[in-house]
Design a protein around this ligand. Structure first.
Ligand SMILES: Nc1ncnc2c1ncn2[C@@H]1O[C@H](COP(=O)(O)OP(=O)(O)OP(=O)(O)O)[C@@H](O)[C@H]1O
Length: 299
């Protein structure tokens, strides 16, 4: 058994107008990784390669110790996948789907858990899929996936399009699953708040490449917003640590990477007063990381 839920090494995939490249990524067993990227960054392409739904042009992908896509049948027994375009049979009820999956995975299916999820998600098993709202369909897909207790759970944008109540229900249930240290989770999202709440590892992806991948604490610890006040203009330029300088009259805001207190001295010696040293939100860090990478100044 591998120590990793998945490992990707130098994976690449070329489409006519897009290239996923240099993907080196791994998730230790029991880890929870949030994959954040703008529209068209390559999140779904990366996930589809992991699922064996498409083959990479280059590199190696191993999921739960099985080589993908060649041994995907073995890996998929223990992978649960939920995506936005999940196909459920519109004319069938949720109960029909539950029975169907139970027949395919009789060993893994946990009927008691399925029934508890029905009540938690406020779903009616006798309802046909075609009569359900978007949120109910997403919750149904998640129920069907969770009740067979896979070792690796992959969610592609699980909270997109959900109202705040449904979103909270889904996130709460994901948190419960997360407490089981045996299970690993990868989920993609535009919503950095969801990712911040759930993940212990975060991967930023942009234009088909990984911008950075680290544990959440390291990201938060590495970045600061510094607010300075000075009566005369300060000369501060972008460098290895100062990623952005925003001048607003006598106030200057700096976005800084790998900050330490001693860096403040260079500006206090120019007569600046430090008004604030603030942690940044994951969303701000994401934007700063992407901008640094796009401008060629690696963060
Ligand atoms: N089958 C395909 N043929 C050609 N191009 C494709 C194909 N699948 C994806 N692409 C292109 O690859 C790029 C990345 O798409 P992908 O769906 O992986 O991005 P994403 O990060 O999941 O985006 P979003 O957040 O908008 O869902 C896009 O430019 C898309 O047009």
């Amino acid at each position: 058994m591998s120590d990793f839920a998945f490992q990707m090494h130098q994976v690449a995939k070329q489409y006519p107008h897009f290239q996923l490249q240099n993907i080196d990524l791994q998730l230790p067993n029991g880890g929870i990784m949030g994959l954040i990227g703008p529209n068209g960054a390559g999140k779904s392409t990366l996930i589809r390669i992991l699922m064996g739904l498409i083959a990479a042009d280059k590199g190696t992908t191993e999921v739960l110790g099985h080589n993908m896509p060649n041994h995907q049948a073995l890996a998929k027994v223990n992978i649960g996948f939920v995506s936005e375009d999940m196909r459920l049979y519109k004319n069938a009820t949720l109960q029909w789907h539950m029975d169907f999956i139970q027949r395919i995975y009789p060993e893994q299916w946990n009927q008691k858990y399925a029934v508890s999820l029905l009540s938690k998600f406020d779903l009616i098993s006798e309802q046909k899929i075609k009569g359900m709202s978007h949120g109910q369909r997403v919750k149904s897909s998640i129920l069907l996936m969770l009740a067979r207790q896979p070792k690796l759970l992959i969610f592609d944008e699980p909270t997109t399009g959900l109202d705040p109540v449904a979103r909270k229900e889904v996130l709460n249930e994901m948190m419960v699953v997360l407490n089981d240290e045996d299970r690993s989770i990868l989920f993609s999202s535009h919503n950095t708040q969801d990712v911040e709440q759930l993940s212990d590892q975060i991967t930023f992806i942009d234009r088909g490449e990984i911008v950075s991948s680290d544990d959440k604490e390291s990201f938060i610890e590495n970045w600061r917003r510094i607010r300075l006040h000075a009566d005369s203009p300060l000369t501060i330029s972008v460098d290895q640590h100062v990623k952005e300088v925003i001048n607003q009259g006598r106030n200057t805001t700096l976005i800084m990477h790998q900050f330490n207190e001693s860096m403040l001295r260079q500006w206090t010696q120019q007569g600046a007063v430090v008004k604030g040293v603030e942690y940044m939100s994951l969303e701000e860090i994401f934007v700063a990381e992407v901008e640094a990478k796009r401008s060629g100044v690696a963060a």
